[in-house]
Design a protein around this ligand. Structure first.
Ligand SMILES: *[C@@H]1O[C@H](CO)[C@@H](O)[C@H](O)[C@H]1NC(C)=O
Ligand SMILES: *[C@@H]1O[C@H](CO)[C@@H](O)[C@H](O)[C@H]1NC(C)=O
Ligand SMILES: *[C@@H]1O[C@H](CO)[C@@H](O)[C@H](O)[C@H]1NC(C)=O
Ligand SMILES: *[C@@H]1O[C@H](CO)[C@@H](O)[C@H](O)[C@H]1NC(C)=O
Length: 499
């Protein structure tokens, strides 16, 4: 038996033994117009960090100052975008999600547009559209222009709202004839926590002076969260006033979502409600109802900024769709925080401890599709069933062409999305993270999420489809299901002919 057939059988057996065979579905089961895609972000995919006029973002500075893996070259998308669009076409993607590098387009963060940066994105977007692939563009994916960080402290300062809006204006004006889906801020909640509560991500702020040279985890996460909401709302209003009638697109916001399960006691169930209020309600409360959840206001008190009436009206209803980033589930235990013992931070305010289901330290994500269903159900029930795009879902592994566990993961989660739609969720699209192996923000090059393998030792950064790329492609082309010997044979021939 040859190796390819063996690996196919492994998939069939893995799916059978995991009991998910009852979960048979095909692409045809999804509503008409549902988009399937995959994605990446600028710093993680482009490379070419100091070419053609791009200036550093906080990521460049942060990883270089710590001598960490970096995105200097990464997948070299800046030079290889034509080849990559071809791969997207071959895979059968309806849509592609990527972000624009603010400091490539406007190197100082404010002021003159960089003509070469502009041309790059125009070329890329034109090529996607002419190949029938719908671009979903994120304006801000963690990569603040370093100049603005240095000048006034980035998102901690309200001046960033104006600068972000001006940057968005350039993007809408220059790319909006082709781009119909704009996400302003990528997973604003976890970004804020990682950068201003935990100090793990640039600019690396937290209260602990052993880990962070500056920051305040009691106050800064709430200030930054507030400014992000206002910046989003300001860009969204601009779009409605100036572009929407002509361009007909929509502007959304995105959040990182976790499936929360109570550990055991009644208190833990109450803690799950609190976790949802903090984790989702922090952003979705203002976007849907114009204010933070009551419980959050009570607990955080004066550290939580207030919306003026005008701001509240601006933020409320400013998101045409919700971008959902989903990977993880945790069990939640209630923790009573003793006020006097420790300076509060976001997590002590939330009053829970979370234990990841799976092994987070070894990047071993559990396959728990209930978590996706729970998230979509909660969004439907608590926030007026907004249109949802799953902007990221996937699983990390050591680079490996035979990524059968990834296929199991994706199959289970796409099935969960379908179930949620059948229960009334207005989910309209699904994007695998990531289209290819990239520089990963938390794990560098050690673990990757790609459907395509990228050889990072090869100066040409050769791409090779993993098994998951073949699987996703077969799913998208409706060329297969995972049941029945006929299908098995079909898959086998597909796989053996492709390697
Ligand atoms: C954080 O801010 C609070 C409120 O202003 C202050 O009491 C606390 O000392 C600050 N903590 C740090 C680490 O600066
Ligand atoms: C998680 O993975 C790490 C690294 O492989 C290992 O040391 C640890 O024991 C694992 N934890 C659990 C709970 O399995
Ligand atoms: C990656 O590229 C290097 C350099 O070209 C080559 O030696 C190596 O065999 C490649 N690895 C794989 C897995 O293709
Ligand atoms: C479906 O898969 C088979 C087997 O790999 C292949 O021969 C055929 O061309 C595929 N059909 C489409 C529409 O891609």
């Amino acid at each position: 038996m040859n190796k390819k057939i063996l690996s196919m059988l492994t998939i069939i057996l893995a799916l059978a033994s995991s009991g998910r065979c009852s979960n048979v579905y095909s692409r045809k089961d999804f509503p008409k117009g549902f988009s399937f895609g995959a994605g990446a972000s600028a710093y993680q995919w482009e490379g070419a960090v100091d070419e053609d006029g791009r200036k550093p973002s906080v990521w460049d500075t942060f990883v270089h100052s710590r001598n960490q893996d970096n995105g200097d070259i990464t997948s070299d998308g800046y030079h290889k975008y034509k080849e990559d669009v071809q791969l997207m076409v071959e895979t059968g993607l309806d849509a592609y999600r990527f972000s624009i590098s603010w400091s490539r387009l406007i190197p100082n963060g404010r002021g003159p547009v960089n003509p070469k940066g502009l041309q790059f994105y125009k070329n890329f977007i034109d090529l996607l559209v002419s190949n029938g692939i719908q671009p979903h563009v994120t304006l801000y994916h963690y990569d603040h222009p370093q100049d603005l960080e240095d000048e006034y402290g980035g998102w901690l300062n309200r001046r960033s709202i104006e600068d972000f809006t001006a940057y968005a204006d350039v993007c809408f004006r220059e790319f909006g004839n082709h781009v119909k889906f704009w996400t302003t801020i990528n997973e604003a909640n976890i970004y804020t926590l990682g950068s201003y509560n935990d100090g793990l991500l640039p600019p690396g702020h937290c209260s602990s002076r052993s880990r962070c040279s500056s920051g305040n985890s009691s106050t800064e996460p709430y200030i930054v969260g507030h400014n992000l909401l206002l910046a989003h709302a300001s860009a969204s209003r601009l779009y409605k006033q100036k572009y929407k009638d002509i361009q007909g697109g929509s502007v959304g916001f995105s959040v990182f979502t976790i499936g929360f399960a109570p550990t055991s006691s009644k208190n833990d169930e109450i803690a799950v409600q609190r976790a949802k209020a903090f984790y989702f309600g922090w952003m979705l409360g203002p976007l849907t109802y114009g204010d933070y959840p009551d419980e959050m206001k009570r607990i955080v008190g004066s550290r939580l900024p207030l919306f003026t009436e005008e701001e509240s009206a601006l933020v409320k209803g400013s998101s045409d769709f919700l971008g959902v980033i989903h990977y993880l589930a945790t069990s939640v235990t209630s923790v009573t925080h003793v006020e006097s013992q420790r300076e509060p931070n976001f997590y002590t305010d939330m009053g829970i401890s979370m234990k990841f289901i799976g092994n987070y330290t070894s990047f071993d994500y559990a396959i728990v599709p209930w978590a996706m269903e729970a998230v979509l159900e909660y969004i439907k029930e608590s926030y007026g069933n907004p249109p949802v795009y799953i902007l990221e879902n996937g699983t990390p592994m050591k680079q490996n062409l035979q990524d059968t566990p990834r296929i199991e993961f994706l199959h289970a989660y796409i099935g969960a999305v379908l179930k949620s739609i059948r229960k009334g969720s207005d989910t309209r699209g699904y994007f695998v993270w990531s289209f290819m192996d990239l520089y990963e923000l938390l794990s560098g090059y050690e673990y990757s999420f790609g459907l395509y393998y990228v050889n990072f030792s090869d100066p040409r950064r050769k791409r090779t489809p993993k098994l998951s790329a073949h699987w996703y492609s077969a799913f998208l082309k409706d060329n297969t299901t995972f049941l029945g010997s006929q299908v098995t044979a079909q898959l086998q021939s597909r796989f053996s002919s492709s390697y």
